[in-house]
Design a protein around this ligand. Sequence first.
Ligand code: GDP
Ligand code: MG
Length: 373
Amino acid sequence: MKIKRFEAPDNITAFALVKKELGENAVILSTKTIDKGTPNARFEVIAAMDYELETVMAPPTETARQKAPSIYGDHTFCGNIRKQKAEQKDRGEINFESRDLKMRFSRMLKEQTRKEGIKKPVEKNKSAGETKTKVEKWRDSIIEQIHINPLKIKKSTRPVVLALVGPTGVGKTTSAAKLAAWFSLRENCKVTLLSMDCYRIGATDQLRTYARIMRLPCEIVLRKKDLADAISRHQDSDLIIIDTAGKSPYDSDHVAELKDWFAPFNFIRPYLVLSASTKKEDIKTIINSYTPLDIASLIISKVDETRTYAAMCQEIAASSLPVSYLACGQRVPEDFLAASRPYLHTLFKKGWQGFAAMLNRTELKPADWPLTA
Ligand SMILES: Nc1nc2c(ncn2[C@@H]2O[C@H](COP(=O)(O)OP(=O)(O)O)[C@@H](O)[C@H]2O)c(=O)[nH]1
Ligand SMILES: [Mg+2]
């Protein structure tokens, strides 16, 4: 079989050239864009007919001519045929044995080159639009299934007691500090911090430092009895936040131990901190492994550390657990948001860039956050 190679600034022109040169029965073997994204970008079509290989190029654009004078000489409309043929063969670019491929491209050629065929891209767009609508509907239904439940504190006689639980390094301590700032500085609540994280050297220092900056009470809880004492000592608080040690979600002893610690206090609300960058399967595992604690709500941390949110949204929706907060950076207290459906929807639909743009439009950061000192 003999083949011909066509180059043009765009696909419509390239297919028109094919049709003009070879007629409607030509078989398109391959198409590709050469130098994509550059001013020299060209559309290449290789079509099969009973001809010797030669390159047929449409007149170049002005920019392409300036950029590549050696390619676009005055008499190079047909190029150096033999050289290109040899090069293409060397690169193994021409593979035209597949009958199926030939038939498919032949059909494509006919569609592309008939005059009214210009409608084709419109039809293509229309079906892309339909698919998009379906995808959008699917996204909407996922987001609709997610319960949103930021914490509301009614200053009453008894404090609300939260315990932040979750795997190591997901941002429990950072989120505890952000939550403490949120309620003490924004909502004017009386907040106490308790740390149960005695596994890591310096873990309690981290929370203590935040507490010191915010001038909040902070106690270290080493034994079950300490927890009971600390809670009863701070009954005048509106909110007590317990920071816990993280362990692997596969460590069932850890969850059992936490359950045992919290058992006497049915008012403790365990908030599971989940990193948004966790893999889909791991999100499932983590949620399942913390289920014995009767998780009250989720804090999604590290929203800034990923650019894909579909798995997270799907798994959260499937879990039926409400989402209370989104943490989207390391800065305490700024990078913390009360969860909302529009936030999740934007993350899911428009990704991080859309979300960041949304945040820039929203007045989320009070100018007087005092923790940066
Ligand atoms: N990028 C980013 N980093 C975070 C976020 N939350 C916490 N971190 C960082 O993650 C690391 C572990 O956080 P930490 O609160 O100690 O995790 P813990 O082990 O669960 O208590 C620290 O370097 C934090 O600054 C977040 O929302 N985004
Ligand atoms: Mg910690």
